[in-house]
Design a binder for this molecule. Structure first.
Ligand SMILES: [Zn+2]
Length: 554
């Protein structure tokens, strides 16, 4: 068939030309064609929704790994492997922790389930005394409602007590549910309090007075973790009336009065509890009931600067999603044990493809990896981690942060990409918008670098900081993998295009991805990483907390 020959050679010429274009690497090599090709596979039904511990997730890991090999990235998951084994342990905790309260010359000790309740994971066994005890009212920061108990306060090293299960009247309790639930964590993690003490929930108080009769049943895990258990954890505990009455017994304002005001959701001013100290004895025995295994995919692009190459810019995304429904439809068209929401009209669809969550970040990270590996090398090295088990509680990133394959103190920043392929709530007006979360919290310099990176793009995006607002009801800062790094003091930026009706629904599919936008956000992440990787110093960590918020756009 001679007629085909010229055609064939033309095809080869075109292929070589295209290959040479690709080989140039760099930001311009990030194209919607590749992103679409990769995502079409990763979010296909063949991968079964990429749930942790399933074949589907394994296929995704293999697919990413094959590409990394082809592009010549250095494996950094384990010994010459891209795969890092992640151990997820189910733990039975026997908690003997206690807290001793000293008020003036009087002391009383409250033990676990007898007046106070410690979390089942109290970290490493240790004992310490805190002499500075502060009452922080509702310990709520809600600038949206123009309310703050915490602004301008420094609680570093203090034990902070707060009241009010619903918060003050000026703050909508339902809207701020996540905010209220996160107060202890906010105080210990963000404000570096030595301990946080909140009011016990009513059912908790009841449970504290009884013992359960489950001795003959097989032990149930108290928590599941991928983290080390021998590290100190600042305790966030809850306390009943007896504890709080004693704690406030010498204060000018009595607990009964504070409690009444908290229940009426009236204003509660903070004050220091003079002559009060707390001694925490954290002591729990952890029995491993079960160890499950999954894998992070980890690679490095080595930097070209002889000194800076031993430091890293980390870029990450999670490659897992929530899986598929293994049950049949009931007669009333319900799907019991569906792993997420079922979109009306799509009841027959059994697979949660997670094209946006976080197939979009997974392929974006592949594009960044290739652009760096095939293009000009930056001075610093770039660490790329595809995390497993994000959907089950940031498991892969928590594991990596506790068992890093490069020294964490050499990681200058972490950029996390989770859901960057859509318009928030499907609004066309969002087509140029990407949300940045966390960028100003640890390093103002990092925040500024990301803004400059965006301005350098051919078509800059609108950077919106609404989800960085400390009062935002979604509290996204704590809800994806970057937080595992931020908790270690590493400056982070979380890139997302926001939530939409297909979030965690069986209709989060490739057909709904905005590929041109996905490409542009990926280029922004690349450009930000590139600038960080060429910086002669690590972005300064000034820990000034969230400032850009609702209404801030760049
Ligand atoms: Zn996600």
């Amino acid at each position: 068939m001679p007629a085909r020959k010229p055609l064939l050679s033309l095809a080869i010429t075109v292929a070589l030309f295209v290959a040479s274009l690709g080989a140039a690497g760099g930001r311009a090599s990030i194209s919607p064609t590749d992103l679409r090709e990769w995502l079409t596979y990763l979010a296909s039904d063949e991968l079964q929704g990429r749930e942790i511990y399933t074949e589907g997730l394994g296929l995704a890991a293999g697919y990413i790994q094959t590409h990394l090999q082809e592009w010549g990235l250095t494996p950094r998951g384990g010994d010459r492997s891209y795969l890092q084994n992640v151990e997820v342990r189910s733990i039975k905790s026997t908690n003997r922790s206690s807290v001793t309260v000293r008020v003036g010359r009087e002391t009383r000790t409250f033990t676990q389930d007898d007046g106070v309740s410690f979390p089942s994971n109290v970290g490493a066994a240790r004992s310490f005394t805190v002499d500075r005890v502060e009452f922080a009212g509702y310990a709520l920061d809600a600038p949206g409602a123009n309310y703050s108990d915490l602004r301008g306060r420094n609680y570093e090293g203090a034990a902070v007590v707060f009241l009010g299960r619903s918060g003050p009247q000026v703050v909508d309790a339902e809207q701020s549910r996540r905010l209220l639930g996160g107060r202890g964590r906010w105080l210990t993690d963000q404000m570096k309090a030595a301990a946080a003490i909140g009011p016990a929930a009513p059912q908790q108080e009841r449970r504290q007075s009884g013992t359960d009769g489950s001795a003959n049943r097989p032990p149930r895990p108290d928590f599941v973790t991928a983290q080390r258990l021998d590290q100190p954890v600042s305790p966030s505990i809850t306390a009943g009336d007896e504890f709080l009455e004693f704690l406030f017994s010498r204060a000018d304002v009595k607990y009964a009065d504070l409690k009444r005001r908290a229940e009426a959701r009236e204003p509660l001013a903070g004050f220091r509890l003079e002559n009060v100290s707390l001694t925490f004895t954290l002591d729990a025995e952890y029995e491993v009931l079960r160890t499950q295994r999954t894998q992070n995919v980890v690679a490095v692009v080595e930097g070209r600067d002889p000194q800076l190459k031993s430091t890293y810019v980390a870029v990450g995304a999670h490659y897992d999603h929530v899986g598929y429904a293994d049950t049949e439809l009931t007669s009333d068209n319900k799907r019991p044990s569906a792993p997420g929401r079922v979109t009306g009209g799509a009841e027959q669809d059994r697979i949660w493809n997670g094209a946006d969550d976080d197939g979009s970040g997974t392929v974006a990270l592949m594009a960044v990896a290739r652009a760096l590996a095939e293009g000009e090398r930056p001075r610093r090295s770039v660490l790329l981690v595809w995390h497993a088990g994000e959907e089950r509680g940031l498991l892969g990133s928590r594991y990596f942060a506790d068992y890093p394959t490069v020294p964490l103190d050499k990681v200058v920043a972490q950029l996390n990409i989770d859901m960057i392929g859509r318009n928030r709530d499907n609004q066309a007006s969002e087509s140029n918008t990407v949300y940045l979360v966390g960028s100003d919290r640890i390093s103002t310099e990092l925040h500024d670098i990301s803004i400059a990176a965006n301005r350098a793009l051919e078509r800059p995006l609108t950077l919106d900081y609404e989800f960085n607002d400390p009062a935002d009801s979604e509290q996204l800062y704590f809800r994806s993998d970057h937080y595992s790094y931020a908790a270690k003091g590493i400056p982070v930026i979380f890139f997302t295009t926001g939530l939409h009706p297909d979030y965690h629904a069986n209709t989060d599919e490739v057909s709904r991805i905005e590929f041109p936008k996905l490409t542009r956000v990926t280029q922004l992440v690349y450009e930000t990483a590139w600038r960080l990787a060429n910086l002669d110093h690590a972005p300064a960590r000034d820990f000034r907390g969230p400032r850009a918020g609702r209404g801030t756009r760049e």
